[in-house]
Design a protein around this ligand. Sequence first.
Ligand SMILES: Cc1cc2nc3c(=O)[nH]c(=O)nc-3n(C[C@H](O)[C@H](O)[C@H](O)COP(=O)(O)OP(=O)(O)OC[C@H]3O[C@@H](n4cnc5c(N)ncnc54)[C@H](O)[C@@H]3O)c2cc1C
Length: 340
Amino acid sequence: MRYKFDICVIGNGIVALTAALMFAKTGQSVCMVGPPKSNRRKKSIDRYFSLSVASKEILSSVGVWEDLLSSDHGVVNSIETWEEGESGHIRFDLPDMFLPPMSWIFSEKQLLRVLRKRFDRKKISKISCSVSSDTSVDLGSPLLLEDGTLLDSSLTAVADGRGSPMRSLLGIQFRSKDFGQSAVVANVVTERSHDNIARQCFLSKGPLAFLPLKEDVQSSIVWSVPSDDAIRLLELDQQQFRDQLGEAVNFTLGAIHDYTSVASFPLEYGIASSLVKNNFALVGGAAHAFHPLAGQGLNLGLLDVATLLECTMSRSILNYHCLENSLRRYHGWRKGEALK
Ligand SMILES: Cc1cc2nc3c(=O)[nH]c(=O)nc-3n(C[C@H](O)[C@H](O)[C@H](O)COP(=O)(O)OP(=O)(O)OC[C@H]3O[C@@H](n4cnc5c(N)ncnc54)[C@H](O)[C@@H]3O)c2cc1C
C-alpha cells in the first residue's frame, strides 16, 4: 500500500504525540509511525518531569493542559540549591510581578495518557511499524516500512528518542559524551513537607534533586551518581536506601519514610551533528540528550516541535527550496539553543 500525508512523525513518545497534534491542528494531514507493539519496552518506573511555562503554552495549544491540571500534579514555587555540607545555599523565588508556580510536575504516564486521548479523539492516522533499514531517505522518495507500506510526505519529524533508529538511517552522527554517571530515580515519602520547593543538593559525586509532588510529603528524586554507585544503590535493602538518601541531604526533609521502586538511567550529553537532512527534521531526544540536572530535556523537545512548526508554516513546504530554507532556519535556531 502507498499513502500520502503532508507530515509524517516517527515515534510515539511525548514529543512525537505533541508534534502530531500541533501539525494536525494546522489542518495538515498527519501520520504517526510508532514502533510495532512487540518492540515496546515496559517502563521500569513512572518518571516525573518538571514542565516550564513554555511547555505549558505548547500543551495548552494542543488542548491537553486543562486535562493535565485536573489530574494530580506537583507545583514548584521556589527552588533551593546548596552544596554538600550546607554551604552556598541559594534560594530562587519568582519576582513579585509573576504569578506562581514556576513549573509543574507531571509523570510520564500522565502526559502520555492525556496526549493519547487527544490524539485518538482527533482521529490522526497511525501506523505501528518500524521504518525498514532498506528505505531510501532521498528527497522525493517514499519511506519504506518493514511491512512493505510506502509513505510519501512533504516533511518528516523524527521523534524516536535518544537511540533514534531513524537518525542512524539518515546517516546523521550523534556526538555524545558519556558522563560515566547514572540517574537513580525513585518516588519517596518524607517526614517533613516539601512546601512546594524543588531542592537540589550538589554532592561531591553528582547532584541530588527532590521534585515536589501533589502530596506535601511526597517527592520524586533524581540522584546522579557514578554508574558503579548506581548499581550499589539499587542493591541496598529498603532501610539502607532510606538512610543513605536521608543522610545525603542532611535530612533536610526529615527521615525518608518510604519509597516506590527504584530505577536507574544512564546519563550522557549528546547532540546530533545536524538537526535536518533532506525533508527530515530531528526533534526531542532524537536531536539532543542532556544531564537531568536542570530538567530541561523534555522542555527543549517540546520547543523543538513548536519551532519546527513556526519555521515550516509560513512557506509552502511543498516547494523544496522553501522547505530547505525553513529547515536550515530550524537547525540554526534549535541547535544554538541546545548547545547553550
Ligand atoms: C532521569 C531523567 C530525568 C529527566 N527529567 C526531566 C525533567 O524534569 N524535565 C525535562 O524537561 N526533561 C527531563 N528529562 C529528559 C526527558 O526524559 C527527555 O528529554 C524526553 O523523554 C525526550 O522525549 P522524546 O519523546 O523525544 O523521546 P522518548 O521519550 O525517548 O520517546 C521516543 C519514542 O520513540 C519510540 N521509538 C523507538 N524506536 C522507534 C522506532 N524504530 N520507530 C518509531 N518509534 C520508535 C519509543 O518507543 C518512544 O516512545 C529527564 C531525563 C532523565 C534520564
